[in-house]
Design a protein around this ligand. Structure first.
Ligand code: PRP
Ligand code: URA
Length: 214
């Protein structure tokens, strides 16, 4: 795991398996079924890192040999997928934390204004630690909006972690200015945005590649 000087809230997960799988996802020859499978696997691997600081409490149990106080997760964990592409990464997180509650925030980027348009919000009542998932953090507009929605439900910023797959400096600047206290975990800080606000080199439109809609 590495950090950058410009973005103290950004952690780049440079595990070789994550990097290898991301390269396969970037390849335009990769079909939707493989793309989804890879996204699920990366979600699981990245989930290991973003849950590293989950608080623990303890409970009394009896092993076959002796009684003991055993560590256990202290509170609820919620996975919040940003639709559509967040669904793929959330699958991996769900495997890792089967007890997690789940929420969904439906957003799409208006092709003209490039601003996020919200079309659906359903969140757990008492979410505890919130793991927000969206593979692409491009202009940062969607991520900033989604975090605003969660903060608006009374979740403290200190309980939020944002999991992306690929980001760029432009989007990270926007996100960090809006939410400096929310850590972002990513697999790659790419070069820049193109004239259509797509990440370069990126992997294209994540939602379309997942669902074969283009
Ligand atoms: C993609 C992606 C993010 C957003 C990032 O979703 O999954 O939500 O774009 O762009 P931004 O940082 O510039 O806001 P999209 O709007 O394409 O919707 P989709 O997942 O339904 O395809
Ligand atoms: N959304 C995507 O899915 N890909 C990008 O490169 C930018 C926004």
């Amino acid at each position: 795991m590495s950090e950058t000087n410009e973005f103290p809230n950004l952690r780049i997960l440079d595990h070789p398996l994550i990097q290898h799988k991301l390269s396969l996802m970037r390849d335009q020859q990769t079909a939707p079924i493989q793309f989804r499978q890879l996204l699920r696997e990366i979600g699981l691997l990245m989930g290991y890192e973003i849950t590293r600081d989950l608080p623990l409490s303890s409970m009394d149990i009896q092993t076959p040999i002796a009684p003991m106080r055993a560590p256990t997760l202290a509170g609820p964990v919620s996975i919040i997928s940003i639709l559509r592409a967040g669904l793929g990464m959330a699958e991996g997180l769900r495997e890792l934390i089967p007890s997690a509650r789940e929420g969904h925030i439906g957003l799409y980027r208006d092709p003209e204004t490039r601003q996020p348009k919200e079309y659906f919000v359903k969140l757990p009542e008492e979410p505890g630690r919130v793991l927000m998932v969206d593979p692409m953090l491009a202009t940062g507009g969607s991520a900033v909006h989604a975090v605003n929605v969660v903060l608006g439900r009374g979740v403290p910023a200190s309980e939020i972690r944002f999991l992306s797959l690929v980001t760029v400096p432009e989007g990270m600047r926007v996100f960090t200015q809006a939410h400096p206290e929310v850590p972002v975990f990513t697999a790659a800080l790419d070069s820049h945005l193109n004239e259509k606000a797509y990440i370069v080199p990126g992997l294209g439109d994540a939602g379309d590649r997942m669902f074969g809609t283009q």
